[in-house]
Write a new protein. Sequence first.
Length: 435
Amino acid sequence: MPDAITRLPSRRWMRLLPAIFVTYSFAYVDRANYGFGAAAGLAHDLHIGPNAVSLLGALFFLGYFLFQVPGAAYAERRSAKGLIFVSMIAWGLLAAGTGLIGNLPLLFLDRFALGIVESAVLPALLILLSHWFTGRERSRANTILILGNPVTVLWMSIVSGYLAHSLGWRGLFIVEGVPSILWAAVWWMLIEDTPDTAAWLSPAAREAIRRQLAAEQTSIAPVRSYREAFMTPAVILLALHYLFWSIGVYGFILWLPSMLKASSKIGLVGIGWLSAGPYLAGVLLMLAVSFVSDRTHIRRGVVWPFMLIAAIAFYASFRLGTAHFWASYALLVTSAAAMYAPYGPFFAWITELMPRNVAGGAIALINSCGALGSFLGTYLVGYLNGLTGGNGASYLFMGASLLAATALTLAAPRPAAPGSLTFPASDSPSFRRPS
């Protein structure tokens, strides 16, 4: 019979990752379904113009931007598990409330508050993973977490098309908001903040994780405080990079249904199916890139090429225009896949540049800048589409943002080599250990 240490990684992967994936998926439903609500008549029913519709979508990211660092500090020093449990119940209520409120100022407040309660979710989940998975596993673990983004948008695009068609935009928000509240109880039963409190692990297994994670910290230069971490060139460059990257990602996600509707005569159900295509491509490429990144321990070299590919595809789609719908759609699929591909290596990169005492704060700051980019992308892409009556200007804007992200990635430093201690070769039945 294999010993506890050999079984350990399998138990971590199978117990923690599914729960973390589902949790982030529910968080993503409640931010990404706004594009379907907008395409399903929200503006018409509330008698509001394009600017108000864009602002309503973007306000989520303003709230998301403001509370990242305090949430990450609480998750690192107190409990990521408890923070996410409370947040999940709150965001489920607020997301369902989007379909119940008929007053525009209250809707503005609801979307802003939704951003606040979801703001700490991604940093807290990444911090949680850093307590459980080693440097040679982290890109893959992060990728499974962040797959909650494209996988969710993939199925949500199809389901939301049917819900919006059958129940209208109000029913869409209500039906997709309630499951988060129910899932909170499952999260509480399955998750522990660290291996030290996991009764389902043997003492030998807990000690093995502690030794490996401690060994990795010896190759990272010490940083005494959040302030010192925030002032390092690496964190500044990666924060700016993520800002421009997020302009492209969220400008695309939030407005893809509306852009497809404006470029074709396809109905909402058909738009739902077409909207799923880019995310399916993104899922497949994310898995491949994270596997290669963990095997080779290359982080920067698997980030910038995909930013460049996405920028070129947006520009090519702009050049084609609306007269070549299917070719333009294929380029949008390429852009989405390239934007999603390096997420896992990117967040692993951050934890390999910063020591554990400040890594959570660095992730939060970088994710805050990403939230600011998401706000700009959501608002300005919607604004440009409304101003010009087409998608060309927004494609150029997203492409230029991704070019800036490419340049910033090339200027950022490489991470240190991972720690010298490793698990046995059999440590992960699902993934081959990198050499």
